[in-house]
Design a protein around this ligand. Structure first.
Ligand code: HSE
Length: 335
């Protein structure tokens, strides 16, 4: 499978580390061999070699593409849209910075990839939240796959559980903790750390978005609510239709007061066919969400045939999100 990687930050590097370290296992167990033919970023430029780029050399040059060695067939500095349209990749993997307002420029990259006959796999939430219907339509027209497991709960299979494993059940509600950064901050504050220090740690650990305001103000979780609303309920809900509040107003005293009452603060997201919300709330220690700590996330699907089905797992991080991309690539490969 030939891959064009758009965006080469924490998540893109995570995917390439996994492809490097698991190459032998992936080949033996699944017959899966990945070749990265193109890497494109707006800040560092592009690298393209139709015969394949060297993954360890890419990782070594992640901060500065001039450190990537010249070799036969290598092209640098191609316009990103041109590269997407003309490269020989089978799949475009989109993991550039999320813009939840416009989805751009990634949305145009996705259209270009689908229109030129490439599957699209995203960790970037913006294009899915903003352009879901158009993306699905173009993927259908092209006869290609559109996959976005990594956009909700990183590699924890929240989308696959709902769309594939629970197919045949009617899901009436999804609710849970969908942002790793804020759950990490709240957990650290319970241990006495300041909000600012906990946020700085979440950034260092690669949990936070490039602009962490979207995490702490609830918009990242709201973007995931919109993705779930589109994928599960075919709903056209937008940010304007939702009550969204983050954790910026929660003080150390609030956290202490909750603890004294045997409760914890959690940023809880909820989505139904009729709407969605993201709200901080105090939950009792007996509530299963109280045990979900750090960058771990949880989602409960309420279904007609099984009742509640809950999935708990990593919600953010380098290898965790990189795995989400890999799981989609393997699924496309298996079809
Ligand atoms: N910033 C996001 C989070 C990354 O903290 O959950 C995963 O989508």
């Amino acid at each position: 499978m030939k891959i064009a990687l758009i965006g080469f930050g924490v998540v893109g590097q995570g995917l390439l580390e996994i492809l490097r370290d698991k190459a032998a296992d992936l080949k033996t167990q699944y017959g899966f061999e990945a070749q990265v033919v193109a890497v494109a970023t707006r800040s560092k430029g592009t690298l393209y070699n139709p015969a394949g780029l060297d993954i360890p050399a890419l990782l070594a040059a992640a901060d500065d593409f001039s450190g990537y060695p010249d070799s036969a067939g290598l092209t640098r500095g191609t316009d990103i849209l041109d590269l997407i349209k003309t490269c020989n990749a089978d799949v475009m993997v989109e993991c550039s910075h999320t813009n939840l307002q416009t989805g751009q420029p990634a949305l145009d990259y996705c259209y270009a990839a689908l229109d030129s006959g490439k599957h699209v796999v995203l960790a970037n939430k913006g294009p899915v939240a903003v352009g879901y219907n158009e993306l699905v339509a173009r993927a259908a027209q092209a006869g290609k796959q559109l996959r976005f497991e990594a956009t909700v709960m990183a590699g924890t299979p929240s989308i696959r559980l709902a769309l594939q494993a629970l197919a045949g059940c009617k899901i009436t509600e999804a609710r849970g903790i969908l942002n790793g950064t804020t759950n990490y901050i709240l957990t650290q504050m319970e241990g006495g750390m300041s909000y600012a220090e906990a946020l700085a740690q979440a950034q260092q650990l690669g949990y936070a978005e490039a602009d962490p305001a979207g995490d702490v103000e609830g918009w990242d979780a709201a973007g995931k609510v919109i993705i779930l609303a589109r994928a599960l309920f075919n709903s056209s809900i937008t940010f304007k239709d939702m009550d969204v509040k983050g954790i910026t107003a929660i003080t150390a005293d609030d956290v202490k007061a909750a603890a004294q009452a045997g409760e914890k603060w959690k940023l809880v997201a909820r989505v139904t066919a009729d709407g969605g919300s993201v709200q901080p709330m105090r939950v009792k220690l007996s509530n299963p969400l109280a045990a979900v700590s750090g960058a771990t996330n949880a989602i409960t699907y309420t279904t007609d045939l099984l009742g509640d089905v809950t999935l708990v797992g990593s919600g953010a991080g380098r290898l965790q999100t990189g795995f989400g991309l890999l799981s989609d690539l393997l699924d496309i490969y298996a079809r």
